[in-house]
Design a protein. Sequence first.
Length: 162
Amino acid sequence: MMRCVTLTLVAAALCGAPGLVQAESVYQWTDSDGTKHYSDKPVPAAKRVNPELLKSNPIPPRAPLQIAPSFRQSVARQCADAKERLALYEQSGVVIEKTDTGVEYALPENQRQRVLAELRSNRDRYCARGATERLWREATAVPPKLTVPEDAEAVPISPSGF
């Protein structure tokens, strides 16, 4: 009985040991918005930091975003549409376009490649990991206030606008 308990404790300690080893490596990086991030997994452009520093300077948790369900659904639809359109263009060798007057023509290859690049960009915008949160932040961002320098002079504009 004592041997079973000892083996269980040793097994539990060994299972927990890899977590302890990983916790010794902490990485820090700053994203394009200037927000600092910390992780136990290395990412590109991250630098290794002392984990004891994190204990002395606790990081307050960020409040979760309250994203409207209709916005999530909209992004999911846009992602599905972008994937579908991209698949259609990638599968087709020749793309037939139609002018406003109803005349059909084959899209030149250089324009087809341009459209493909735009479709890939749309797919990446709406389907990438974290796209919903990023797009929500963009949509709800408060525009910066425009300020006029104190020494600015008003310029009169004629009634004609010139």
